[in-house]
Ligand binder design. Structure first.
Ligand code: SAH
Length: 341
């Protein structure tokens, strides 16, 4: 795209653009409404605009193309989206009785290479731009014909490696799309210095940190990037984040059978988090190709949970959604044809 896409611009910026086009300023309000509320995909489709302008302006708004869509048995919808340069990303819409959550990607691929994550196996291509982040939310909202209420930045990529675009997108999603920041969760595996930078952005979002192990030795085996970010430092940065933002941090812990789900490790995890205003979210492993891990039984998951709860750690088990469409946590990978329909 040569010029800056219209999607991602504020009303003030749109007004400047509209008037530079020789159009009256009130058209900016209409454009804003069509972009952020109606989720229009093509400039030509903004039917309140004069036909001559629509035809001559041949503009790209900054929207993706839905290359493919899978609907899981539980109603979760996974989208394969094609970007303007041909790159593919995945986005997931997760409906429930009282909310529609979008699982948003922040990068094409991911450089973190976690051993149990399909995106990590694919390698890294590039960061997403602000409009490419917004587009995912608008795509789900219009396609599922329902207002998006919640966002989790848990799709492809490591959000804190694309922090500037992420923060700008969050402001647009809040101010222009009307989604509450408190209904947004940013999930990170941890990137040195970036948690402190996120704190500076003064958002009302929730921070979730992918922990997955209570010891440095085990953690860096599962998460190679953890080698450069010792567990103690990561936890110190989380404590700092809580102190500075007055927001809670939650810890994600993907349970891999026989690897990190033993009672002994549950006790070690409880000890590690003692006194920390936090919450642990256990994620039973979702199977992926090219990895030998196994999902623990429900009894094993509950046993792990009971130990934490017994040690006064707030703990929940993440409900698995989208499994039948390979749309569950860690299963996103943008290779067409590899996913059974
Ligand atoms: N890059 C971000 C978001 C990842 S997805 C992060 O690492 O935090 C959200 C969660 O799903 C992370 O905690 C991630 O480690 C976990 N996850 C990855 N692969 C998984 C799998 N196959 N089964 C279950 N959880 C997985």
């Amino acid at each position: 795209m040569h010029s800056r896409p219209l999607l991602g611009q504020t009303l003030t910026e749109l007004t400047a653009w509209v008037t530079a086009q020789g159009q009256p300023a009130y058209r900016a309000k209409q454009l804003h409404q069509w972009l952020y509320q109606r989720g229009v995909r093509h400039f030509q489709d903004i039917t309140v605009f004069p036909k001559s302008w629509r035809e001559q302006a041949q503009l790209e708004l900054g929207r993706s193309h839905i290359a493919q869509r899978w609907i899981a048995r539980d109603g979760t919808v996974k989208y394969l989206l094609q970007l303007h340069d041909g790159n593919l990303i995945e986005t997931v819409g997760i409906p429930s009785a009282d909310r529609l959550t979008v699982c948003v990607s922040s990068q094409v691929g991911c450089p973190m290479a976690c051993d149990f994550c399909a995106t990590g196996k694919q390698g890294f291509t590039r960061n997403l731009a602000v409009h490419e982040i917004l587009d995912q939310v608008l795509t789900v909202q219009t396609d599922m014909a329902r207002r998006v209420s919640h966002l989790v930045f848990m799709g492809m990529g490591e959000p804190l490696l694309n922090l500037d675009a992420l923060v700008t997108a969050i402001h647009r999603l809040h101010q222009d799309c009307g989604i509450s920041q408190r209904a947004m969760t940013i999930s990170t595996v941890g990137v040195p210095q970036q948690i402190a930078r996120l704190a500076q952005a003064q958002l009302q979002t929730t921070l979730a940190v992918s922990l997955h192990a209570p010891t440095q030795e085990l953690r860096q085996r599962l998460i190679p990037s953890g080698r450069h970010y010792p567990l103690e430092q990561l936890l110190a940065d989380c404590r700092d984040y809580v102190a500075r933002t007055k927001r809670r941090v939650s810890f994600e812990y993907t349970l891999l059978r026989g690897v990190n789900d033993t009672p002994e490790l549950a006790h070690q995890l409880a000890k590690l988090l003692r006194g920390f205003q936090s919450h642990v979210n256990l994620i039973p492993y979702n199977p992926i190709a090219d990895a030998d891990y196994q999902r623990p039984t429900m009894e094993q998951v509950q046993a792990f949970q009971r130990i934490l709860a017994g040690e006064h750690i707030a703990v929940t088990v993440r409900q698995t959604r989208g499994l039948s469409a390979q749309a569950a946590c860690g299963q996103l990978r943008s290779l067409v044809g590899t996913i059974a329909k």
